[in-house]
Design a protein around this ligand. Structure first.
Ligand code: NAD
Length: 418
């Protein structure tokens, strides 16, 4: 099938590359010319395991091109995916500016019949109340599908190609048939529903995962006080098939472009509807406290004022270069207020961190250099390369990611919940 992808970030690029790998003809559209040039030259603008190899493969097979020319891409596509960002506004609700702009572009340029698929995460009601009226007003004959994305950064390709299920919220039978055809070579079970339910499934999913993490953090904080190993507790809990062990690791808290934004957005939607959203408000509150705990632990062992502090790990988790809402950002900002002399290292996220902190902090070329230049080290991402005891010789180490190897050689070692 001929497919256009509007918005070629983490989700759009993964969607494009994976659909092309199944033989579909894909045109990726973005406003950012630099991204487009990189993609066309076979270099992914983001770090994702397996992305470079698959991108090169589909480009050389002539199955994927990238362009800023939305008109041409839209005109020739049978299916148009909307994968633009839906960032948080100050009140926690989502900003639909990019989505509406992209929908307007389709309305102006589509011409004949199109299937429009919303993959961006949007609160329940958005597809039918914000996107559909734009397309209806243009008079183009269209079908609509809300197809939320469940990929995890760090495992995006694998999750897209063989995740647990594909949710399709469709407006009509014809759209359902075409979407079934699109996904026919994927092994996942298809779950067919209406667009508003599909939107809610995505929020329910991410809110529940974020709740598990905050639950693990709250109990982890208590376990530490009681001298109990919280990881062992969750190993025991995770054997219960109703619960699973995943997302029960305590630590410095969740971040990234999804959990904080999505939980805040559904809280905001709930409040708009007169619901208190008490549980999810607490999930955010517990999460916000974990980075503060890291600073308090540091202060317990060393005064951060004018001290050389090393940050190992900037990305919100290992396997990605994404620093959006990462605990590292809140912690570095706090340390900057204390005039700490900060050196950071992350194997993939350095250039994204430079966009935020520029010359306010120092950037090491390796974990070793970062450690050597620091008196105290905070571990904020669980990259495997941080699991080397020699990095921590004679250092004060505050661990937010259970890198227990750090304990062996450290002068002082303390974990956030252990
Ligand atoms: P992103 O910021 O990485 O990418 C969005 C891209 O859209 C950018 O490259 C931007 O330049 C482009 N864009 C914006 N307006 C455009 C327009 N009018 N025409 C063409 N391009 C345009 O965002 P992302 O992380 O890929 O997330 C996209 C959506 O998917 C969000 O709603 C997000 O919540 C959701 N989502 C993200 C993830 C994830 O792990 N990143 C997972 C599931 C769902």
């Amino acid at each position: 099938m001929n497919i256009a992808i509007i918005g070629t970030g983490y989700v759009g690029l993964t969607t494009g590359v994976c659909l092309a790998s199944k033989g579909h003809q894909v045109t990726c559209v973005d406003l950012d010319q630099e991204k487009i040039n990189m993609i066309n030259s076979g270099t992914p603008p983001i770090f994702e395991e397996g992305m470079k190899e698959l991108l090169e493969e589909v480009i050389s097979a002539g199955l994927l091109i990238a362009t800023i020319d939305s008109e041409n891409a839209i005109k020739h596509a049978e299916i148009i995916f909307l994968c633009v960002g839906t960032p948080s506004k100050d009140d926690g609700s989502i900003n639909l500016e990019y989505l509406k702009k992209a929908a307007n572009t389709i309305a102006e340029k589509a011409g004949n019949h199109k299937i429009v698929v919303i993959k961006s995460t949007v609160v329940p009601g958005t597809t039918m109340n914000a996107v559909k009226p734009i397309l209806d007003a243009s008079g183009i004959n269209h079908g609509l599908c809300m197809n939320p994305e469940f990929l995890k950064e760090g495992a995006a390709i694998k999750d897209f190609l063989e995740g647990d299920r594909v949710v399709l919220g469709v407006t009509d039978k014809e759209t359902e048939t075409i979407m079934r055809e699109l996904y026919k070579d994927f092994p996942q079970q298809l779950f067919i529903t209406n667009p508003t339910t599909a939107e809610m499934i995505k929020y329910a999913n991410n809110s529940l995962l974020a709740t598990k993490i905050s639950f693990a953090n709250e109990l982890g904080n208590l376990c530490k006080k009681l001298g109990i190993d919280s990881y062992e507790v969750m190993d025991g809990v995770g054997l219960d098939k109703r619960l699973s062990r995943q997302f029960l690791n305590c630590g410095a808290g969740f971040g990234g472009s999804c959990f904080p934004k999505d939980v805040k957005a559904i809280i905001s939607k709930g409040l708009e509807e007169g619901e208190g959203m008490k549980l999810l408000k607490t999930v955010i509150e517990v999460n916000n406290e974990q980075p503060v705990k890291m600073i308090k632990l540091l202060e317990k062992h060393a005064n951060p004022v004018n001290k050389k502090i090393g940050i190992l790990g900037l990305a919100f988790k290992q396997g990605t270069d994404d620093v959006r809402e990462a605990p590292s950002i809140a912690i570095i900002n706090e340390l900057l207020k204390m005039n700490s002399d900060i050196t950071v290292y992350d194997p993939e996220a350095m250039s994204n961190a430079k966009k935020i902190f520029s010359d306010k902090i120092k950037y090491a070329e390796s974990a070793r250099e970062c450690a050597n230049k620091s008196d105290a080290i905070l571990i904020l991402t669980g990259w495997d390369e941080f699991r080397k005891p020699e990095l921590y010789s004679n250092k004060i180490v505050i661990d937010g990611r259970r890198i227990k190897e750090a304990e062996q050689n450290a002068k002082i070692y303390e974990g956030i919940c252990w």
